[in-house]
Write a protein that binds this ligand. Structure first.
Ligand code: ADQ
Length: 466
């Protein structure tokens, strides 16, 4: 069995619960093959970053490099989170196309390639993750790397014309052709890829899921990411989650709880969600005094300016809803700008009648799946899910909403609050079948199986030019 090498911007010690489902899932296959996980250490150093730091986590070797301040600012804050993140989430208005960022982005990808190459063995299989590292395979190939390399994009891919707004978009997409397999979260993303390469790069579809352009052929497919159902079920039954559940049930015994758990990010549709909740209170008076929304938004990328704007907008919306609708003995919204320990999340989910997962755009959204797994199947809560989350392609029995439309979202929330237990059970049952079938192990196995079969093609050095 070939050794698996995973490359991502950040890495996690797979043995720790806080690492979450993805790290746990990758740990299984990394462990089985005595694998290597390579990424940024999270440290910024004064001088040029040179050393690779090693750590052993069970059978898995963790290898990290540091970044200089200049590289970090251009690569991470500038290009990855100031250009790719907003554009890929359809927010051209928030993108900062400062020309310098792309050079930093390329420089750090070259650094990753230079530092990774000597650690590779001939029969390794390399799996690169996410938008920070799109050109990594091209940089590795330029150094002579011949191993099989797959790429998975965790965030959405926007429609062709929106992609075309990125200066250097042709270079970026061309870089994807250095991979043997490119995976997306949804059919929508895959169709945007096909649309882009066929219209902008005049690619020829060679056969199902394969395109030829730039003198290269690449395979692409949709591999919707799942969660580790067993791990999350165990977490739900563990002491911390049970205590959390009991505490919430006692505290809110007279109310119906609605829950939102997100990173604080403009893609998550938080202001729109609060406006829909305000609409619910205004339009359905019976919800006043009885419905409480707990919104947790964990701090994220605080040194990117668009994130501060959303923070202030949220605080002001919560304040005005509580000010206008609150009573001495009832606060409609409880908003917390912090992270909840992963071990307590399932307790919060289980105590909630409704989850509001209403991003404006999301690659997948794992909170939607975690909420469902945490429910009591006999008396489950209802998922209100944005049709613009990748998860909506799979979770058809959720109440799908358009988060831009606060009136219809409010109506869906009201439906969720009133839904009889039989309907809640049957929807939950159907959703759980999908979540179990397409769990994170299915995702991992099917991606790696497809990568194993993807016809590797000679990609000689120097075919990628900026
Ligand atoms: P994220 O944008 O971070 O991930 P998401 O999938 O919702 O989004 O969450 C990932 C994990 O973070 C989940 O396990 C969730 O429980 C946890 N989490 C989120 N908010 C939290 C909070 N406030 N406190 C504690 N834990 C929190 C990116 C893409 C997604 C895609 C994932 C995986 O943007 O679309 O689903 O990668 O591919």
């Amino acid at each position: 069995m070939s050794r698996l090498v995973v490359v991502s911007n950040r890495i996690a010690d797979p043995r720790k619960t806080a690492a979450g489902g993805l790290a746990v899932a990758l740990a299984d296959v990394l462990n089985a093959t005595g694998g290597l996980w390579f990424g940024w250490s999270g440290k910024i150093v004064d001088s040029d970053a040179d050393d690779v730091h090693f750590q052993q986590a069970g059978r898995v070797k963790l290898a990290t490099i540091d970044l200089s301040q200049v590289d970090h600012d251009a690569f991470y804050l500038g290009y990855s989170n100031g250009v790719l993140w907003p554009v890929f989430h359809y927010r051209l208005d928030l993108a900062d196309f400062d020309a310098g960022y792309i050079n930093g982005y390329r420089r750090v990808n070259q650094l990753f390639a230079r530092k990774l190459l000597p650690l590779l063995r001939d029969d390794d299989i390399i799996w690169v993750h996410d938008y920070h590292l799109i050109p990594l395979a091209a940089e590795l190939r330029a150094l002579g790397c011949r191993q099989r390399i797959g790429f998975f994009l965790h965030i959405p891919l926007p429609p062709p014309l929106m992609l075309a707004a990125i200066p250097g978009h042709d270079w970026l997409i061309r870089a994807l052709f250095a991979y043997d397999l490119v995976g997306f979260q949804s059919q929508a993303d895959l169709s945007h890829f096909a649309g882009y390469v066929e219209t902008e790069a005049h690619a020829q579809p060679v056969e199902e899921g394969r395109w030829r352009a730039f003198g290269r052929t690449v395979q692409a497919g949709a591999f919707p990411i799942g969660i580790d159902v067993e791990e999350f079920t165990e977490l739900s039954n563990a002491r911390e989650a049970v205590e959390m559940y009991e505490r919430m049930k006692e505290e809110y015994s007279r109310r119906k709880l609605l829950v939102g758990v997100d990173r604080l990010d403009y893609s998550k549709g938080l202001p729109q969600r609060l406006r829909a909740f305000r609409e619910l209170l205004a339009k359905y008076p019976e919800t006043r005094g009885s419905a409480t929304l707990i919104q947790i938004a964990s701090p994220s990328r605080e040194n990117v300016s668009a994130y501060n704007d959303i923070l202030h907008e949220l605080e002001s919306l919560c304040g005005s809803i509580n000010g206008n609708f609150g009573e001495l003995d009832w606060m409609p919204v409880r908003y917390m700008h912090r992270t909840v320990a992963r071990a307590r999340l399932p307790g919060l989910f289980r105590a909630s009648r409704v989850a509001l997962v209403t991003p404006l755009r999301d690659g997948m959204n794992l909170v939607a799946k975690e909420f469902l797994v945490a429910q009591n199947p006999e008396d489950p809560g209802v998922l209100v899910l944005s049709r613009f989350a990748g998860a909506a392609e799979q979770l058809r029995e959720a109440l799908l909403v358009n988060p831009y439309d606060s009136e219809s979202t409010a109506a869906a929330i009201q439906l969720a609050l009133q839904m009889p237990v039989e309907e809640r059970r049957s929807r939950h049952h159907a959703l759980m079948e999908t979540i179990r079938r397409y769990d994170v192990h299915w995702w991992c196995d099917s991606f790696l199986a497809a990568l194993g079969q993807a016809r590797a093609e000679e990609k000689g050095p120097n075919w990628l030019r900026l």
